[in-house]
Design a protein around this ligand. Structure first.
Ligand SMILES: NC(=O)c1ccc[n+]([C@@H]2O[C@H](COP(=O)([O-])OP(=O)(O)OC[C@H]3O[C@@H](n4cnc5c(N)ncnc54)[C@H](OP(=O)(O)O)[C@@H]3O)[C@@H](O)[C@H]2O)c1
Length: 246
């Protein structure tokens, strides 16, 4: 049975990905900070729950120990956005959080698990970026900077892994309506979080991205999907979203 590590498996895209990979025959190690949520998920889908803060070196070392010598698939999904302040009014704590989790945490996990991915003989790394890693928008400075950095890391890693049996993909979603992403961004303000999706016909859902991740992971080992940008039909561009008049 192939094994997969999914970070940020306690909610949204990560949880849906853990479910989809488990249904596709992977032994899934579901990773996040909130133990109760990943344990519940693990019990439901027959996965292994691993509590880990990807920005904590000791936690990441424990994760590598739990993974052991061989790993087929790493889905670096843990991440998120905080705030919508202009650059000139940046909250540096928010920026630090976004860089820590989206970039440094992802690099730390990748570094720790790379030997096991190589040892599998056909490893796959899938980084969940964002359309915010491809374009910029007002108020998104901290998040777009972090996801652009993640895109650069993904591309650099592909060059550096050339000749090794590991492929690497960036999945870049646009607007995905998950339970917590916008709540985290707006510090628990549910009215502001809901307004993000107001009047939008069918934003993407977590399962749409999980489906794409599963598809990428299950291509023949010689096929590398570099980048997949996925948006709802209502989102023609980051700044051009069709909304029904209220
Ligand atoms: N929703 C969107 O519109 C959208 C669009 C493009 C890209 N994305 C990206 O897709 C990914 C998942 O987003 P989502 O919508 O599913 O958001 P979400 O529901 O807020 O999920 C974020 C996940 O990351 C985990 N996480 C956060 N900090 C962590 C840390 N330090 N260590 C370990 N796990 C951590 C959280 O778990 P714990 O709190 O339990 O640790 C949670 O499971 C993120 O990288 C996000 O940037 C989302």
């Amino acid at each position: 049975m192939p094994t997969a590590v999914v970070t940020g498996a306690s909610s949204g895209i990560g949880e849906a990905t853990a479910r989809a990979l488990s249904a596709a025959g992977y032994t899934v190690l579901a990773v996040a900070r909130r133990r109760d949520r990943i344990e519940r998920l693990a019990e439901e889908i027959g996965a292994i729950a691993l509590t880990c803060d990807i920005t904590d070196a000791d936690d990441v070392a424990r994760l590598a120990e739990a993974v052991g010598d061989r790993l087929d698939l790493l889905v670096n999904n843990a991440g998120g956005a905080k705030g919508m302040a202009d650059v000139a009014a940046a909250d540096l704590d928010d920026w630090r959080w976004m860089y820590e989790v989206n970039v440094l945490g992802t690099v730390a996990v990748t570094k720790a698990l790379a030997p096991a991915l190589v040892a599998s003989g056909a490893g796959t790394i899938i980084n969940v970026g964002s359309t915010a890693g491809r374009v910029v928008y007002e108020g998104g400075g901290g998040y777009t900077a972090a996801k652009h950095a993640l895109a650069a890391v993904t591309e650099t890693l592909r060059l550096e892994l050339n000749g090794q049996p590991v492929r690497i993909t960036e999945i870049s979603p646009g607007m995905v309506k998950t339970e917590e992403f916008s709540l985290t961004r707006f510090d628990g303000d549910s009215a502001r979080a809901e307004a993000v999706y107001a009047g939008v016909d069918e934003p993407l859902v977590a399962e749409d991205i999980a489906d794409a991740i599963c598809w990428v992971a299950t291509r023949p080992a010689h096929v590398d999907i570099d980048l997949m940008v996925i948006k709802p039909v209502a989102q023609a561009a980051q700044w051009k979203v069709h909304r029904r008049p209220s």
